[in-house]
Design a protein around this ligand. Structure first.
Ligand SMILES: [Zn+2]
Length: 241
């Protein structure tokens, strides 16, 4: 299995969730992000990925056309997923971009062995560029069709906002990644308990008392506050795509 590009983090547990997670909140999907996601999910090979990365230069209208469709799909899917997570109704206009891609792509289902179990995966027939979005649209359609019972979650770190499909045995997974948001929360909780004061007071005092440790804490705790829409610092590499 080819290794994923180092700054693509596949934490969503569903292709469509990783697709939406590729775009930071209040941002637009980039061409590079789209191509690297396709490569990380083995929808295209590394060689094909490299060709696609050069497409905006070699064939600007083709790349622009696909990117527009991908952005529309991503934005609509985020709305649909947010509604699903809140147990709200999903508007027809949000699923239309999914249906649009499903209508124009052909392919077949294939059994794939992953994580100790067989599952169905859609393999699109290659033709033009639209097929590149077919597996994402199929994944989105399957998730939307699962309805309100789908274990769709949003990371408990309010500054993170990544979607994930909770496949844990207890269905109580809280974080997109324990090693990123889970540990950050633990450190923050530990610091709060041991300092015994609200974050703002603690940090203000630390800035004047212990230069080295204070700067370290300030940097960690305020990395989000300075840029509310940005993902956690540890996710910065993913956020750049
Ligand atoms: Zn997170």
């Amino acid at each position: 299995m080819p290794s994923s590009p180092s700054y693509i983090r596949l934490l969503g547990g569903r292709l469509c969730l990783d697709f939406v997670n590729t775009t930071p909140l209040h941002s637009e999907l980039s061409w590079e992000g789209l191509v690297l996601l396709l490569e990380a999910n083995r929808i295209v090979s590394a060689d094909r990925g490299a060709q696609l990365l050069a497409l905006p230069q070699s064939d600007p209208p083709a790349a622009e056309g696909l990117l527009l469709k991908a952005r529309r799909l991503s934005a609509s899917l985020r709305k649909a997923l947010t509604a699903m997570h809140r147990k709200h109704r999903i508007a027809a206009e949000w699923v239309e971009p999914i249906n649009e891609i499903l209508r124009i792509t052909e392919g077949h289902d294939e059994l794939i062995f992953e994580d100790g179990a067989w599952r169905m995966e859609f393999v699109a027939r290659e033709g033009g560029l639209d097929w590149l979005l077919a597996a994402i649209a199929r994944s989105a359609a399957e998730l939307v069709a699962e309805g309100p019972k789908a274990p769709l979650r949003i990371c408990a770190n309010p500054q993170c906002g990544l979607f994930f499909y909770d496949k844990s045995r207890t269905h109580r997974r809280r974080w997109c990644s324990m090693s990123v948001c889970g540990n950050r929360s633990k450190v923050s909780t530990f610091a709060r308990r041991h300092m015994g004061m609200p974050d703002a007071m603690r940090d203000a005092r630390l800035c004047f008392t212990s230069r080295t440790s204070a700067v370290r804490l300030w940097t960690r705790d305020h990395s989000h506050a300075q840029t509310p829409a940005a993902p956690p610092k540890a996710d910065a590499s993913r956020a750049r795509i």
